[in-house]
Design a protein around this ligand. Structure first.
Ligand SMILES: [Zn+2]
Length: 281
């Protein structure tokens, strides 16, 4: 099944919204955009503009993918049991250099999660910015992760998330020989749910729901998730640490709130591996 669409979000000062709206409407009409939404945050200080073009809308349901990086122990202690309780699963990208260190998951945790239906994937061997590596060095990193997964009794990973979200064309060309998708993130400024570029499988954008920069779960649901639902888009979230209180981490109650909203509003919650198998060409 092939589909291509673009969702773009812009985050601007609410005070600038009235002056920009007229100009944006001209651009939208000229570019054939079919839907525009705006959302002012609860503090009234910031406006989010959302507009998209559906070139081939063949999704029946909107999709939601939870992804996690850096083997933080809260992913095992809090997110994993929540997913089991809710009957869904997430994708956990593991970097070898942190497995078994203080505050991080062990191989036993990772193997248990794989056995429980979680999607355990590759976040590199050393967590080095791949744009600083040669192709040969990148391939050695992937081979080391493959070997470690196999040594732990798991299948070698097939999906990757870029350390620091960093990539360029050389990284894409190299990783595409050994991985089926690569995920990056946008740090809130622009949130492409997907771009219609030919390399989009290697530029999977995600929206960070870490409790930093004033992430507000109600704004996220009312704006991003609601727009994603209406457009039958794909929302990929990104978390690192997960805890009870938030504060530099994703609050587990925020994940539960998002799952509950998604399951009550027709979303299908899938993993990256499931997304690739069932929806991405
Ligand atoms: Zn990372």
């Amino acid at each position: 099944m092939a589909y291509f669409y673009k969702n773009l979000c812009q985050r601007i000062s609410a005070a600038n919204l009235p002056a920009l709206e007229a100009a944006i409407d001209v651009w939208l009409i000229a570019n054939g955009v079919t839907l525009r939404r705006k959302w002012i945050n609860q503090a009234g200080t910031e406006a989010l503009l959302f507009y998209h073009t559906v070139l081939d809308a063949s999704l029946v349901n909107p999709l939601l993918v939870f992804t996690f990086d850096n083997v933080e122990i809260g992913q095992f202690n809090l997110a994993y049991p929540l997913f089991l309780a809710k009957g869904c699963a997430g994708t956990f990208y593991c970097n070898l250099n942190e497995i078994g260190t203080v505050g991080c998951m062990t191989w036993a945790n990772i193997v248990a999660m794989a056995g429980g239906g979680m999607d355990m994937q590759d976040h590199s061997q050393t967590h080095t910015d791949f744009t600083t590596l040669t192709p040969a060095q990148m391939l050695l990193e992937c081979a080391a992760v493959d070997a470690a997964f196999i040594a732990a009794g798991l299948a070698a990973p097939t999906h990757f998330s870029y350390p620091w979200g960093a990539y360029n064309n050389t990284v894409i060309q190299t990783l595409s020989t050994v991985r089926q998708t690569c995920r990056t993130y946008t740090n809130w400024t622009t949130s492409y749910i997907h771009a219609e570029r030919s390399t989009f499988r290697y530029e999977l954008q995600s929206y960070r729901i870490d409790d930093v920069l004033s992430f507000n779960v109600n704004d996220f649901i009312n704006y991003h998730m609601e727009a994603c639902r209406i457009s039958k888009g794909i929302m990929v979230t990104l978390s690192h640490a997960v805890n009870v209180l938030g504060g530099g981490a994703t609050k587990i109650s925020d994940i539960e709130t998002i799952i509950d909203y998604a399951q009550a509003h027709g979303f299908v919650i899938v993993t990256i591996a499931g997304l690739r198998t069932n929806w991405l060409i």
